[in-house]
Design a protein around this ligand. Structure first.
Ligand SMILES: *[C@@H]1O[C@H](CO)[C@@H](O)[C@H](O)[C@H]1NC(C)=O
Ligand SMILES: *[C@@H]1O[C@H](CO)[C@@H](O)[C@H](O)[C@H]1NC(C)=O
Ligand SMILES: *[C@@H]1O[C@H](CO)[C@@H](O)[C@H](O)[C@H]1NC(C)=O
Ligand SMILES: *[C@@H]1O[C@H](CO)[C@@H](O)[C@H](O)[C@H]1NC(C)=O
Ligand SMILES: *[C@@H]1O[C@H](CO)[C@@H](O)[C@H](O)[C@H]1NC(C)=O
Ligand SMILES: *[C@@H]1O[C@H](CO)[C@@H](O)[C@H](O)[C@H]1NC(C)=O
Ligand SMILES: *[C@@H]1O[C@H](CO)[C@@H](O)[C@H](O)[C@H]1NC(C)=O
Ligand SMILES: *[C@@H]1O[C@H](CO)[C@@H](O)[C@H](O)[C@H]1NC(C)=O
Ligand SMILES: *[C@@H]1O[C@H](CO)[C@@H](O)[C@H](O)[C@H]1NC(C)=O
Length: 472
């Protein structure tokens, strides 16, 4: 560029003034050459800027091949991103659009559980409570650089789906700098198109109990000397639930009001961002709410499941079982096709609520059982064998993981048909033998051919395979 400019100027000032010219002519030539210089200089400037623009254009073309996401509505454009992580390449997903989100919540409001649900979606990376680390929230510049890193898909942890993420975010507690820096954060959210997901608990008294119990356990460490905020086994949950906090009733109403005010303030601060307000209780009771969340994030709809944790954390759990002497009772069903029917019927009833508008997974009367059994699911026969194989593999894996623990393997069918099996269980647990009874009523009693809508399909698919026995 500088060379071009010098060259053109040399041209311009290269005009030689004739010798012996009168003073007027000399002045004219001088003025002319000045004008010429100014003109050429302005041309040069234009060329420089054109050159610069062209250069920038080329840069965009080369480094970020333009991504054309289809099915994006006009209003969504500011919320659709194509991050280019510094630490890896998004490969075949480079042109998959990504949405940014932040879950704004309070401690003990079910946000941990909600996050495991979100992360069970193959295209969602919710990176946890990243601002629990003080340095990251000590001033707005560390906050924004942390946010930049997360939204550029450069925040790597076990939740990251990396290249194929369609939504990336984290959870942010209101007492972790959100309220202190709300102006700048709202500005950032609006500028970068970040969705806000508010997650609160409707029953603030229950939340208070949870907070107090958790605070107590931090010192008391009820679980064998370790403090746990979240547990993945009913036994641990039961131990933690044994503690009953005393609530100072003088402060109770002021405290509840204070919490309510904090929530109202957060909603007010962030109202200009694109947001959704969720309540823990609704998520627990109404699975449709999870569809709303996915719709809000514009990600493909999936059936989200909170990971049980047994398979994910098997090493630690087996270590714990062996250290503390926990017996493992495996209980599976031999006929995985019948299990599939039961799963499908139960999923159906969650929405259909056949029993007078309430969903029940288990029933205690033959009438109720009969109503639930009336529904006959359709089974996708293309996926049938892959699904059965997948279930078998999962069982085999669990048996393998836990084989070093003291264990017994039971099958539902054997327990139903052979009462002696219940004696075996009591013997295994070293408890006095009793005649065990259950008040639960079996839902599906009819022959299996009556329980499936597309029985012929299923019958033909499994005939002659290793799963033929399931048709009995
Ligand atoms: C912001 O906080 C970080 C980490 O605590 C610190 O390194 C940095 O100097 C701070 N910046 C400003 C502008 O205060
Ligand atoms: C979701 O992830 C899968 C598997 O990684 C990928 O094939 C798919 O394109 C992703 N979907 C979106 C919408 O990003
Ligand atoms: C857990 O309890 C067992 C038995 O009381 C003890 O041997 C073990 O050291 C404890 N573990 C921890 C981490 O405190
Ligand atoms: C409840 O809190 C108030 C105000 O802090 C205090 O004066 C009172 O002693 C407390 N009551 C109990 C039972 O701890
Ligand atoms: C469940 O949630 C959906 C969507 O948010 C709502 O339309 C429906 O009324 C809810 N159902 C119940 C029983 O609350
Ligand atoms: C449904 O509710 C009605 C009255 O509300 C009651 O008469 C009936 O027995 C209930 N049916 C079942 C299956 O619970
Ligand atoms: C069965 O599942 C496959 C794969 O997801 C799908 O392509 C097909 O349409 C499904 N068939 C039916 C009848 O739903
Ligand atoms: C019932 O279970 C016992 C103990 O597991 C076993 O020995 C017996 O053979 C079983 N009986 C039948 C009929 O399967
Ligand atoms: C299943 O299909 C076979 C033929 O493939 C047929 O003989 C049998 O009757 C069918 N079973 C039922 C219960 O329909």
């Amino acid at each position: 560029m500088a060379e071009d400019l010098w060259f053109l100027n040399k041209d311009c000032f290269g005009l030689k003034s004739p010798k012996k010219s009168p003073i007027v002519l000399r002045t004219v030539v001088l003025v002319f050459s000045m004008l010429c210089g100014v003109y050429i200089f302005s041309i040069c400037l234009k060329q420089i800027s054109v050159y610069r623009k062209a250069n920038k254009f080329v840069e965009i073309q080369v480094i970020g091949q333009p991504c054309h996401a289809s099915g994006i509505e006009q209003w969504e454009i500011p919320y659709v991103h194509f991050p280019k992580p510094h630490t890896y390449s998004r490969n075949e997903c480079a042109c998959n659009p990504v949405r940014f989100f932040a879950i704004l919540s309070m401690q003990r409001s079910g946000s941990g559980w909600f996050e495991t649900l979100l992360n069970s979606h193959i295209n969602v990376s919710s990176n946890g409570e990243i601002f629990s680390v003080k340095e990251r929230r000590s001033n707005i510049s560390s906050i924004t650089s942390t946010l930049d890193k997360v939204y550029n898909l450069d925040w790597l942890n076990s939740a990251s789906k990396n290249e194929c993420s369609a939504a990336v975010g984290f959870k942010w507690m209101l007492n972790q700098g959100v309220m202190d820096h709300h102006d700048e954060i709202v500005e950032y959210f609006n500028r970068r198109g970040v969705f806000t997901i508010f997650l609160f608990r409707r029953n603030l008294l229950r939340r208070m109990i949870s907070v107090l119990a958790n605070t107590y356990d931090r010192d008391a460490k009820l679980l064998n000397g370790t403090h746990k905020s979240h547990v993945h086994s009913p036994d641990e949950a039961e131990i933690l639930a044994r503690y009953k906090p005393t609530i100072n009733s003088t402060l109770l109403i002021p405290n509840l009001k204070h919490e309510e005010a904090k929530i109202a303030k957060a909603l007010e601060y962030f109202k200009t961002t694109r947001h959704i307000v969720l309540y823990y209780e609704d998520l627990v009771n109404n699975r449709t709410k999870l569809m709303d969340v996915q719709e809000f994030l514009r990600i493909p709809q999936r059936d989200l499941k909170s990971r049980q944790g047994v398979m994910d954390h098997h090493d630690e759990i087996v270590e714990y079982f062996n250290r503390r002497g926990v017996f493992t009772i495996f209980l599976f069903r031999r006929n995985l096709l019948r299990r599939m029917i039961s799963v499908l019927a139960n999923t159906y009833d969650r929405d259909a609520k056949l029993l007078n508008g309430t969903h029940k997974s288990h029933v205690h009367s033959p009438d109720e059982a009969e109503i639930l059994a009336r529904y006959k699911p359709t089974i996708n026969s293309t996926l049938l064998i892959p699904n059965l194989k997948h279930e078998e593999a999962k069982i085999a894996k669990a048996l393998e993981y836990f084989k070093t623990t003291r264990h017994i393997v039971l099958y539902y069918e054997d327990l139903v048909n052979n009462r002696t099996k219940l004696m075996d269980v009591q013997e295994f647990l070293r408890i006095p033998q009793r005649d065990l009874k259950s008040r639960q009523v079996k839902i599906h009693k009819a022959p299996i051919s009556m329980q499936i809508e597309n029985w012929n399909d299923v019958n033909n698919t499994l005939k002659g395979t290793q799963y033929e026995g399931f048709l009995q």
